[in-house]
Design a protein around this ligand. Structure first.
Ligand SMILES: Nc1ncnc2c1ncn2[C@@H]1O[C@H](COP(=O)(O)OP(=O)(O)OP(=O)(O)O)[C@@H](O)[C@H]1O
Ligand SMILES: [Mg+2]
Length: 237
């Protein structure tokens, strides 16, 4: 048993879409708790509710029931302005589809969120560690998909967030780039102690996690601690 403080505490979380015949229960009572500083990997088939779960934790959608506590604060009862403040202050979000601003350069896309943070990372240093420094003045359409994904990750990381939510961060990337991205996340986790939740289809990534959650049919069917996580560089698939 870990004695670390629970940082994200989810209890009885429920979410559905649609009504009547079209009603679809996506999350059917999710309970879990994630400790501060953990890397948590969530696995589950397509459509099992992984993005929905991240969106709820990120305060982007409302739950039907249950509660989400982050750092002792109950998101499910926050007013919209407080929720906005939570997203700005605490959260880095890497979306499944990058959502870069097309009219801003790679550097500007990252700078935009740096301004939201009280203790942002140095943008040029981050651009270098993302391998984007020489591409910093290009627009997203002028760089590769992997470079766009790195920029999206940079945009989330530059805030130096307490909680980093990553939806399929390597879904569109080749093997080598995927491993570089995972190593970067591992570095950030070690250096700054941020808590990271990674949603992925790739079961191999679970080996680098402290905690592995498996979602199926709206429920968590596995919630286990990994006593000896493997370094991202050692992953293979
Ligand atoms: N806004 C919405 N309105 C209606 N149904 C939705 C909405 N968003 C998601 N769904 C449905 O909820 C279910 C869960 O979707 P979600 O995006 O959370 O799955 P996922 O596990 O992230 O899948 P993937 O691995 O393909 O990204 C799916 O059946 C999806 O069609
Ligand atoms: Mg998804």
């Amino acid at each position: 048993m870990s004695t670390k403080q629970a940082y994200v505490q989810v209890s009885g979380l429920r979410k559905h879409y649609g009504d009547g015949d079209a009603r679809l229960t996506v999350l059917d009572g999710i309970d879990t708790s994630i400790n501060r500083g953990e890397i948590c990997v969530m696995l589950g088939p397509s459509g099992s509710g992984k993005s929905t779960f991240l969106n709820l934790i990120g305060g982007l959608e409302d739950a039907d029931g249950g509660s989400i506590m982050v750092d002792g604060c109950a998101l499910t009862v926050l007013k919209p302005t407080d929720l906005g403040e939570y997203r700005r202050r605490e959260l880095g979000f890497v979306f499944q589809f990058y959502n870069l601003v097309p009219d801003l350069t790679i550097k500007e896309n990252i700078e935009v969120t740096a301004h939201l943070s009280k203790n942002p990372l140095n943008v040029d240093d981050l651009l270098r560690s993302l391998g984007l420094y020489e591409h910093r003045n290009k627009f997203p359409r002028q760089v590769s998909g992997g470079q766009q994904q790195r920029c999206a990750i940079g945009r989330a990381l530059v805030k130096n967030p307490g909680l980093l939510l990553c939806d399929e961060p390597t879904g569109a990337l080749d093997y080598k780039t995927s491993k570089e991205i995972l190593q970067l996340m591992e570095d950030v986790n070690r250096t700054y102690g941020c808590t990271i939740i990674i949603v992925t289809h790739n079961a191999a990534i679970a080996r680098m996690a402290n905690r592995v959650l498996r979602l199926r049919d709206g429920r968590i069917v596995e919630d286990g601690l990994n006593e000896s996580p493997v370094a991202a560089a050692e992953l293979d698939w």
